[in-house]
Design a protein around this ligand. Structure first.
Ligand code: TXA
Ligand code: MG
Length: 313
């Protein structure tokens, strides 16, 4: 299959309307979209990404009205978060509407809904005229794409179109918040921080994987965000750096590395980390040392991704 590259949101939207798959930019990472009501188009997403089919997709809307097409009920608590944040790097899990095919939600009775805060994404979604389900536009298990070139690297020839936008602003995926019960639960941390959510609803807390046998968010159990290189988390160096090593962190290291990225802030670290992982793989780096950060604000999401990337199984 030939992958069309375009900068025109209307052209990309036409491909969605025709049952195709389109990668598009958001403020977090690039997504790989299909019409939420087209089970066949959704199947193409799972195939292109080689995604396990027990991992549910997030539905993206171009307007608040479209949420009603996806959710059987907008819970009062969800309504508060929508008013406080949308459009935002925040996904709300709600009871799903009957019309939404179970392939989109991996057989769950709930659906993740998000309105991205990115002009090109919103133009594209409005042009589509329907909500668009989209996981991150990478091969399953790889670092999420923060540029259209990273999408091309993983999925060229496997998807119908790439809508070419700017590199993404945030660089980590959205916060996923379960709003189906009294206590809102953060299933995946992201740019909208726990502290921000608690200002709107003080009961909000982090969901712990150990709380239940089967994880509430199936995506959490799969290996994620991994470059080919081994990822090691460090807080200081008291050892010999092996050959073909790279470093990313906030403080300039004294040791010699083949590739070094010193970030200006935690936000800059979050923004840069996935692209850096991909660069390391292209340069045949064997080991990537990632400096740990305080698990506060977006540092919580960054440490979550770093820990997962460093897991070996
Ligand atoms: O920032 C983002 O969220 C990006 C952009 C493209 O919007 N999308 C993204 O999608 O990261 P994906 O598929 O890579 O991650 C979706 C996460 C998974 O951890 C999945 O388990 C969880 O959201 N999720 C989706 N629907 C859910 C549901 N109904 N219940 C619980 N978790 C859900
Ligand atoms: Mg993903």
């Amino acid at each position: 299959m030939k992958t069309i590259l375009t900068t025109l949101p209307e052209e990309a939207a036409q491909i969605i309307k025709n049952g195709g798959t389109v990668a598009f930019p958001t403020e977090t990472v690039y997504g790989l979209g299909a019409n939420v009501f087209d089970a066949k188009a959704i199947a193409k997403i799972f195939q292109a990404k080689q995604r396990p089919n027990d991992n549910p997709l997030i539905a993206h809307v171009g307007s608040l009205e479209q949420i009603k097409l996806l959710a059987a009920e907008i819970t009062p608590i969800a309504q508060k978060f929508i008013e406080a944040f949308f459009p935002a790097p925040l996904t709300l899990v709600l009871p799903k509407a009957k019309k939404v095919p179970l392939t989109a939600t991996a057989n769950l009775p709930t659906i993740g809904v998000r309105m991205p805060e990115n002009d090109l994404a919103l133009k594209f979604l409005k042009s589509c005229g329907m909500p668009v389900v989209a996981p991150s536009a990478n091969l399953s298990g790889k670092p999420s794409p923060t540029t259209w070139q990273a999408v091309f690297e993983d999925l060229s020839g496997r998807i119908d179109c790439i809508l070419q936008g700017e590199p993404t602003e945030i660089g980590l995926e959205s916060t996923v918040l379960d709003c189906t019960s009294e206590i809102p639960l953060v299933l995946r941390s992201g740019a909208i921080t726990l502290e921000q959510l608690q200002k709107v609803e003080p009961k909000t807390r982090l969901y712990k994987l150990s709380e239940m046998e089967t994880p509430k968010s199936p995506g959490l159990k799969h290996r994620h965000y991994s470059p080919r290189a081994e990822v090691i988390l460090i807080s200081n160096f008291k050892f010999q750096i092996p050959d073909s090593s790279a470093f990313i962190g906030l403080n300039e290291p004294r040791e010699k590395f083949d590739l070094i990225k010193v970030c200006k802030s935690i936000e800059d670290y979050a923004h840069s980390v996935f692209a850096f992982f991909r660069e390391c793989d292209r340069e045949n780096i064997k080991t990537i040392y990632c400096e740990t950060v305080e698990e506060k604000g977006i540092g919580l999401a960054l440490m979550d991704r770093l820990k997962r990337a460093s897991q070996t199984s």
